[in-house]
Design a protein around this ligand. Structure first.
Ligand SMILES: Cc1cc2nc3c(=O)[nH]c(=O)nc-3n(C[C@H](O)[C@H](O)[C@H](O)COP(=O)(O)O)c2cc1C
Length: 355
């Protein structure tokens, strides 16, 4: 059904207009608590075999929605009702900003990929904090992903992240420092350990100061060299971070013919995302929670990532092609596969094929 709607309707629209159409449909879910609760009852993960605990938070499924879809946290209830075990909102910056000029979102249908150069369009930390404070009506696990305001110079980046962290850490189940989006000039330079150390230290102080001590993760780019991946992993261990999210979109255009600038996501990112996960696991073992994202399309991908050592797995681009029942289908298939392998829970298979 969704494939028909996608082929006949959505694919004819500009990608961002199609996104707004989808979001309008989701708004129905968001403004109608009764519908949202009904959908939640039918589609949200409730099979105990899917439950997994990470950094002290109980997730109903290891499969969640990656950052960038729900930039302003307006759809946490709706996306949780549709089956995502967590929703990572953002990226949110200290100050509201419009993002880059349109067009800034492109579908590469033949490649099952997306290129975006959205540029952190978002309502700003205090507005999103207000949204997150409102009741959602259904249970939801919320990760909050923060980034640098575009107009703020690199020399003031730490203060900018700290401003967002102060507003949002108390409202988050976990907090993510995003230093890996290709669409904010200079942002990815913050991944250099020399700059990343002071940044993470400052944000961690805020996260540690919330009443529940908010877990802190860092999200990295797939374009880091293997040595840089190791360096970030070592830094995360040294600072006592809770985990690493790998990966963001890539600036590589390998395997696709589009030359649009921005970050590439979806199927072409799968191999490198897996590589980074394996590298991280080899480096940190189970001392950090690894969240794998990039090119996840189906239960086979989720399964492979769990076996390779990810505790949580996220997806975004494939949803554009698979539709609103995607998370529900992945969850059902994952529960079946766990049982087929004689497992009684997700935890039993995490890292089983890791070196
Ligand atoms: C349109 C779009 C916007 C995104 N915006 C963000 C963002 O604001 N912050 C972020 O950390 N990642 C963002 N991402 C990256 C995703 O969270 C994810 O890391 C990446 O797309 C790889 O996963 P996928 O292949 O399943 O899409 C965005 C991705 C897309 C497609």
């Amino acid at each position: 059904m969704y494939r028909l709607v996608f082929n006949q309707v959505l694919s004819r629209f500009d990608a961002e207009d199609a996104h707004h159409l989808t979001v309008r449909a989701l708004r129905l879910l968001s403004v109608t608590p009764v519908v949202r609760r009904l959908v939640h009852r039918r589609l949200a993960p409730r099979d105990p075999i899917l439950r997994v605990q990470a950094f002290g938070v109980h997730f109903p499924s290891p499969f969640g929605l990656a950052a960038g879809f729900d930039k302003d946290a307006g759809f946490v209830g709706a996306m949780s009702a549709l089956g995502f075990g967590h929703v990572e909102v953002g990226t949110i910056t200290a100050y509201a900003q419009p993002g880059n000029a349109r067009p800034r979102l492109f579908r590469l249908i033949a490649n099952r990929a997306i290129i975006n150069r959205m540029g952190f369009n978002n309502a700003g930390a205090s507005a999103v904090a207000r949204t997150l404070s409102r009741p959602r009506g259904v249970p939801a696990i919320v990760g909050v992903n923060i980034g640098k305001t575009k107009v703020v110079p690199e020399s003031e980046a730490v203060d900018d992240y700290v401003t967002s962290a102060k507003e949002l850490a108390p409202l988050a189940d976990y907090l993510v420092v995003n230093v890996s989006s290709p669409n904010t000039p200079g942002l990815r330079d913050l991944q250099a350990v020399r700059l990343l150390g002071p940044l993470l230290r400052a944000v961690k102080e805020v996260a540690d100061g919330t009443p529940r001590r908010t877990p802190l993760l860092v999200k990295i780019a797939p374009d880091l060299t293997d040595e840089d991946v190791d360096a970030v992993a070592d830094l995360a261990l040294e600072l006592g971070l809770d985990g690493i999210i790998a990966t963001n979109t890539t600036i590589s255009r390998e395997g696709v013919s589009s030359t649009e600038t921005g970050g590439l996501s979806g199927r072409p990112l799968k191999a490198r995302s897996m590589e980074v996960l394996r590298r991280l696991r080899a480096r940190v073992g189970d001392r950090l929670v690894l969240v794998s994202v990039g090119g996840v399309e189906n239960v086979d991908d989720v399964w492979e990532r769990l076996l390779a050592g990810a505790t949580l797995v996220q997806g975004y681009s494939a949803m554009i092609y698979e539709g609103p029942l995607w998370a529900h289908r992945v969850n059902r298939a994952l529960a079946r596969r766990l049982r087929r392998h004689g497992a009684t829970g997700v935890r039993e298979i995490i890292g089983r094929t890791a070196s």
